[in-house]
Design a protein around this ligand. Structure first.
Ligand SMILES: [Fe+2]
Length: 256
């Protein structure tokens, strides 16, 4: 397993060089604009909580690797609550009719966010605990990069908004980089797992799949964030849902 973890680290380094992460840290762009990908991220974030709860957790198993996964899912299945809070603080909490909201979430533009979730489901549902763990380790490696960069954008935004962003800010980053899976005892246990040649090959393929998925995903998130120009002021923001009267192609409503 050590080699698989080393491979994840190598892939993470390449992933961290993606243009989207430069964009998130680019101080010449307003921090709110850098976080404008948030609505497109929503289907994935909401689905991710369910992956933890209903796909990865198996309380009936006595497998020690599955026990590590179960513990991890208990720590990670509720972070979408912070995400909803941040959407509100970023000014995306607009009111829509129920059917318009459904069209918005299932729009073509958000397809990447739903597809990433479906693909993760496909490669982890009924996977062995080891393969499931490998997928989670790879996903966490991508999340650490994303959250490190959103945390920087959040800090910049806080200077003008005076608001804490729990999902995109330091709160989430520090919790996600200190999961029980990262404790030295659990890391030792994971490192010492023995994989035969076939199992190792399978694990490395899963790592490749996960990084391919997230590379594609963050590239689209970057395009989305650049596409919609946001109003950067906070002076009129009340944090109460505002009704918007018109949906333009079921895309992100323009800031009023
Ligand atoms: Fe998280």
């Amino acid at each position: 397993m050590k080699e698989v973890l080393a491979y994840i680290e190598k892939k993470q380094q390449v992933f961290s060089k993606l243009e989207f992460f430069e964009f998130l840290q680019d101080k010449s762009i307003s921090p709110k604009q850098r976080l404008a990908f948030a609505p497109c991220f929503a289907p994935f974030v909401m689905g991710f909580g369910e992956l933890n709860q209903y796909v990865w957790r198996d309380e009936s198993s006595e497998d020690p690797v599955q026990a590590i996964i179960n513990q991890h899912t208990n720590e990670d299945d509720g972070h979408w609550v912070w995400f909803l809070e941040d959407l509100d603080k970023l000014g995306f909490n607009k009111s829509l009719s129920f059917t318009d909201a459904l069209k918005f979430i299932w729009s073509k533009e958000f397809k990447i966010s739903r597809q990433t979730f479906y693909e993760i489901y496909r490669c982890t549902y009924k996977a062995t605990p080891i393969n499931r763990l490998v997928a989670i380790e790879a996903i966490e490696a991508t999340a650490d990069i994303l959250l490190l960069c959103t945390q920087k954008a959040s800090e910049d935004l806080k200077l003008t908004s005076n608001l804490e962003y729990k999902y995109f800010g330091m709160h989430h980053y520090s919790i996600d980089t200190n999961h029980s899976m990262d404790s030295s005892e659990t890391v030792d246990l994971i490192c010492n797992l023995n994989l035969n040649a076939d199992a190792k090959k399978e694990a490395l393929e899963i790592v490749d799949q996960i990084f391919d998925l997230f590379t594609n995903f963050v590239n689209v998130l970057g395009d989305y964030a650049r596409k919609y120009k946001l109003d950067n002021s906070f002076k009129n923001q009340t944090h109460k849902p505002k009704r918007i009267t018109k949906l333009e192609n079921y895309s992100l409503p323009k800031a009023s």
